[in-house]
Write a protein that binds this ligand. Structure first.
Ligand code: 3PY
Ligand code: MG
Length: 257
């Protein structure tokens, strides 16, 4: 149940992960052996759903890397099931309104923060591990503390509402989707455009003022370094598929050189 990634961020250290698209438990293990802190099992753009995510989460636990899930939509069942199978955090795409985020907190945090439905599921050792067998209120408190609700800021509406969204109790942090945000701003993939960089600054400042974590996707090592320097808590660097192809291409190039 302990969330090592969260502990690290609380100590002021940045965390690094990647988007998991390869879709095999062996691939999860390999990412776990890389030194990365987390992976994001992507059920928004990836083809997976709850049962396969559960097995990827098991593999992540085996190799000591924190499993986050990007859920496919904002429904109660998507929130509930991914937390029940053991996700340590949910990244929720395409957020627009304060009301949507309040609903997500209601679905994803136990009483008294929200109204997450309870059942003795995998995340609590089916009711048999020590922390789950203890007083239910202690279990709720621990679970609310260790599992993170992280809305994505990637629409104009979310950007417009960001100060209010970060102030909602139960929101642990914000994940910036730079591609969709830049598209929403009418400047697709123009990550140096001042309209984009000013938006990033606004989200960063809102998170810092509210004491919430801030994450971003980065396809470039150099940009990732810059974000960490600016105060970002976490970077989702690239996608495992992209990293694999790039590494293999590099091997081929070097052998042929
Ligand atoms: C985006 O860039 O839109 C993302 O969601 C990153 O994963
Ligand atoms: Mg996106």
């Amino acid at each position: 149940m302990k969330n090592e990634m969260k502990r690290k961020m609380e100590r002021g250290l940045p965390v690094i992960g990647t988007f998991f698209e390869l879709g095999d438990a062996t691939a999860v293990e390999c990412i776990g052996l890389s030194g990365m802190d987390f992976l994001v099992i992507d059920t928004e753009h990836g083809p997976f759903d709850v049962e396969s995510a559960m097995n990827f989460i098991r593999a992540a636990e085996l190799r000591g890397i924190e499993p986050l899930v990007r859920i496919k939509d904002q429904t109660r069942s998507s929130v509930l099931k991914m937390l029940d199978v053991g996700a340590k955090g949910l990244i929720i795409p395409n957020i627009e309104t304060v009301e949507q985020v309040k609903k997500l907190v209601e679905y994803g945090k136990y009483y008294p923060v929200g109204r997450r439905g309870f059942a003795p599921t995998r995340c609590g050792g089916y009711g048999f591990v020590e922390h789950a067998a203890a007083d239910i209120n202690d279990y709720f408190e621990m679970s609310n503390n260790e599992t993170m609700i992280i809305p994505q800021c990637e629409t104009k509406e979310c950007l417009d509402n960001i100060e209010e969204i970060v102030s909602i109790e139960g929101v642990d942090g914000i994940f910036i989707g730079p591609y969709d945000l830049s598209i929403a701003l009418g400047i697709p993939a123009q990550f140096s455009n001042p309209v984009f960089t000013e938006s990033i600054d606004r989200i960063l400042n809102a998170c810092k003022a509210a004491g919430k974590f801030i994450f971003i996707f980065s396809g470039s090592v150099e940009a990732a370094r810059g974000y960490i320097k600016d105060g970002f808590n976490g970077i989702a660097y690239s996608l495992d598929t992209n990293i694999l192809v790039s590494a293999l291409r590099d091997c081929v190039k070097q052998i042929k050189a």
